[in-house]
Design a binder for this molecule. Structure first.
Ligand SMILES: [Zn+2]
Ligand SMILES: [Zn+2]
Length: 351
């Protein structure tokens, strides 16, 4: 089979790999769709280096179970599923609470430290599979595995409520999910900040009440204040993670209001993108800075249900073959240079 293999920073290749054999509690999935993610770029450029190499990238995975290990019911064969990409140790306090994304001794993390879904096949524990309804195509389902479920998790970290004034800073994958979750919750003010007009108009379609052009980030805080009657937002989801975008959120004149929660989801390489803020405005405004990483298995189940019920839609930019992932006009390069709206999904693993 063909696979997109990570050999280290700047070293990705399309390479042949053996089809894996499912062990004891595992299943073999024929991958039908795998979405590309900004995180894949972080591997490519060296921002994310988890000291593991020579594994297949791809953590937004949908497919069909074609084989099962000895301890798994053969009735699962033929099931259409999305994959939860963490396999925790099962014994630490976080795993016992169902928060595998915080496990310090992960057994696997598909597409991060172990073989992911940018390949014809993937094996994983049967418990990591979440069924998808027939009404969803594989292409619609794959981006749930990270894009939607990351948004669901972040909204819980923010403790989002119907009274919140919400800013989604950076709209493409996770951002569209967050806009729709805030819309479902009937939040009165939902502000989407994006540099590209196409991203702003898509956010409006998904329920944003205001859009702000983020091209000049030095003007964003004032625009958020204006849209919130001077109060500032009660939640900002920061999906970009550049110094200038984070600066627009905090400080005396930042976009975040009193007792506001800044949820950091995106990040970028280099100390020039360290988060910085003098504590005084944080203290005086009683603001919180919250990190949010990945999701729990329950978050993924909830995300699948939301998409199945048409409450959240995954936004697919285009579908490509596995040979079109790398290269200067490949899928990853298009994400890097913002030449896509929504998810680029690989749905052809032969060419
Ligand atoms: Zn654990
Ligand atoms: Zn992702």
């Amino acid at each position: 089979m063909n696979a997109i293999v990570y050999h280290g920073p700047q070293k990705l290749s399309l390479s042949p790999k053996e089809i894996p054999i499912p062990l004891e509690h595992e299943v073999l999935i024929q991958v039908k769709a795998a979405a590309l993610c900004h995180t894949d770029l972080h591997f490519q450029d060296g921002t994310l280096n988890l000291n593991s190499t020579n594994f297949t990238l791809g953590h937004e995975i949908a497919g069909t179970i074609t084989k099962v290990g000895p301890s798994v019911s053969p009735q699962l064969i033929g099931k259409r599923v999305v994959v939860y990409y963490y396999v925790g140790c099962g014994a630490c306090e976080w795993c016992l609470k169902g928060e595998e994304q915080l496990c310090g001794s992960l057994k696997s993390e598909f597409g991060f430290i172990s073989d992911g879904g940018l390949a014809g096949y993937l094996k994983c524990p049967s418990l990591n599979c979440v069924s998808i309804p027939d009404s969803l195509s594989f292409e619609q389902a794959a981006p749930i595995g990270c894009g939607v479920t990351t948004a669901v998790h972040a909204s819980k970290r923010a403790d989002m409520k119907s009274t919140d004034t919400v800013v989604v800073y950076g709209c493409n994958g996770v951002g569209y999910g967050l806009v729709q979750l805030a819309h479902n919750m009937s939040c009165p003010t939902i502000i989407a900040v994006a540099r590209q007009e196409i991203h702003r108009s898509t956010a409006l379609k998904y329920g944003a009440t205001h859009v702000i052009d983020g091209t000049d980030s030095s003007t964003v805080a004032a625009s958020i204040r204006e849209a919130t009657g001077g109060e500032g937002a009660s939640i900002i989801y920061e999906c970009v993670g550049l110094r200038e975008t984070m600066d627009a959120c905090v400080g005396w004149a930042g976009g975040l209001g009193k007792r506001g929660r800044l949820v950091l989801i995106g990040y970028a390489a280099g100390s020039e993108n360290d988060f910085r803020c003098h504590p005084i405005p944080l203290v005086v405004y009683e603001q919180s800075v919250i990190g949010s990483v990945g999701a729990t298995l329950d978050d993924l189940k909830e995300a699948v249900q939301l998409v199945a019920d048409s409450k959240v839609r995954t936004h697919v930019d285009s579908c490509i073959g596995i040979s079109e992932v790398l290269g200067k006009d490949g899928g990853l390069a298009r994400i890097k240079t913002c030449r896509c709206n929504g998810k680029i999904v690989v749905n052809d693993f032969t060419s």
